[in-house]
Write a protein that binds this ligand. Structure first.
Ligand code: PHE
Length: 438
């Protein structure tokens, strides 16, 4: 449940729909599913194997399993990667808090479609409101980790995640009934093969890694708490299935409404936050009570999903400082808070005051996002994969994967999984990575 809590978050509800919109609709979804199965799932297994075998933080795990080698320095890269992800993730978490607040206080009523979709600009484009919400969101995540209350959040997400699922399915039903939504459905189902490029593959792989919380040390650290009787194959497959299903359903909740509202599908990070007020405004015309209730519940559950993912990012850094440098949990948490606060402030302001600061058309927020998921996460995941495929002896990997040969299904699929991890995965990742760079 904790793994699913980390995986299912803004990556599914906010990032996936806008990636689909920016990178060609159905083709992106197909590649995303393929990448998930062929790359992310075995990469998840690799990271999980390292974590459970060594049972400690990222740096120490690699040091313990391969003493006196350089593998352990990956821990530092994961540490900095987490600070970057937490900073812009916190900004989006702040937006969801602000939308929750708006739904509670006055709901979403716009007189025109343009007004509904421009709510985002007035919220994210200002200076103080989004900054305050971001700070509160970040502080809350850090506070929960510093007090060791992550188990409490786990208990929360046990019911909030299924609830989010139910609400999203209801929104799908509503969204596809809107006039003009057929084009959105077609966009999600009919592949336009001209969009099939290495760039699309690179972004699909990045999205898949981001969504499964890979290449940040999160899966490693969470697996370090996993029981020895647990099946790594089962946990990985379940996380993959739930996470992918959730993303695709979110795509069907958002994209038909995007087309119905006339929002450009390639709008980027603002896409979902422009579309949701439109959905709830329209719903309010038919039934104000339903619209109000649905929007409050929806943003509350998104907020909790975002929080459970943010916590898993904070944990990686805090565990590193506690395990490796002997800091107290409190001191480590607050150092993390200030580092992410500084970077996140720039990310937040990049939708207003600093919107002119761009590099190749990307604002500061999108630079951090692209850097982290397309480059840092992919690099770290590759290191973990190489570690399992080439560094750890095969019998050691076999024992960990099959719980010393006791898991029959795991034992049967082991040769295939090991082959993929050793040969296919590194090749695929490197090819996509290099061609995307070129
Ligand atoms: N997987 C999370 C999401 O989909 C984000 C995340 C990325 C969490 C990396 C931890 C590490 O929202």
């Amino acid at each position: 449940m904790a793994m699913a809590g980390s995986a299912i978050g803004l990556g599914n509800i906010w990032r996936f729909p806008y990636m689909v919109g920016q990178h060609g609709g159905a083709v992106f979804i197909l590649i995303y599913i393929l990448c998930g199965l062929l790359i992310s799932l075995p990469a998840f297994i690799s990271e999980s194997l390292i974590g459970r075998k060594a049972a400690t933080s990222c740096y120490n795990s690699l040091d313990r399993l391969a003493p006196h080698t350089k593998w352990k320095y990956t821990g530092y890269l994961a540490f900095f990667g987490c600070i970057v992800v937490a900073s812009y993730y916190g900004v989006v978490g702040g937006w969801s808090a602000e939308y929750l607040f708006q739904s509670c206080v006055h709901g979403f009523h716009a007189s025109t479609e343009v007004e509904a979709t421009s709510i985002f600009n007035s919220i994210a484009g200002s200076v103080f409101e989004p900054l305050v919400c971001f700070t509160v969101f970040l502080a809350l995540s850090v506070l929960i980790v510093s007090r060791g209350m992550t188990a409490g959040v786990g208990r929360f997400t046990k019911w909030s995640t299924p609830m989010l699922f139910v609400i999203i399915v209801l929104i799908v039903a509503y969204s596809v009934s809107l006039p003009g939504s057929e084009k959105g459905i077609e966009y999600l189902l009919k592949p336009d093969w001209s969009k099939l490029t290495f760039r699309t593959c690179a972004f699909a792989m990045g999205q898949s890694f981001f969504s499964m919380s890979l290449g940040m040390g999160t899966v490693l650290v969470y697996s370090s708490f996993m029981k020895k009787e647990e099946s790594i194959l089962k946990v990985s497959s379940l996380t993959f299935v739930f996470d992918t299903l959730f993303a695709i359903i979110a795509g069907f909740a958002i994209m038909p409404a995007v087309f119905a509202a006339g929002i450009p599908p390639g709008a980027g990070p603002s896409l979902v936050f422009e579309t949701l007020p439109y959905i709830f405004t329209k719903m309010g015309l038919d039934s104000p009570v339903l619209s109000r209730g649905a929007s409050v519940l929806f943003f509350l559950t998104i907020f909790l999903a975002a929080l459970s993912s943010a916590i898993s990012i904070v944990v990686v850094c805090v565990e590193h400082l506690v395990d490796r440098h002997g800091w107290t949990r409190k001191k480590a948490s607050w150092l993390f808070f200030f580092a992410a606060l500084v970077l996140g402030t720039f990310c937040s302001l990049s939708f207003g005051l600093l919107s002119g600061v761009t590099f190749r058309g990307l604002n500061i927020f999108s630079i951090c996002d692209t850097m982290a998921s397309n480059y840092v996460m992919v690099t770290i995941a590759l290191v973990f994969v190489l570690f399992i495929g080439w560094k750890l002896p095969k019998p050691v990997v076999y024992d960990e994967f099959t719980n010393n040969g006791t898991l029959k299904v795991s034992a049967r699929v082991f040769p295939l999984i090991h082959f993929i991890i050793k040969w296919v995965l590194p090749l695929l990742i490197v090819v996509i990575f290099i061609f995307n760079l070129l």
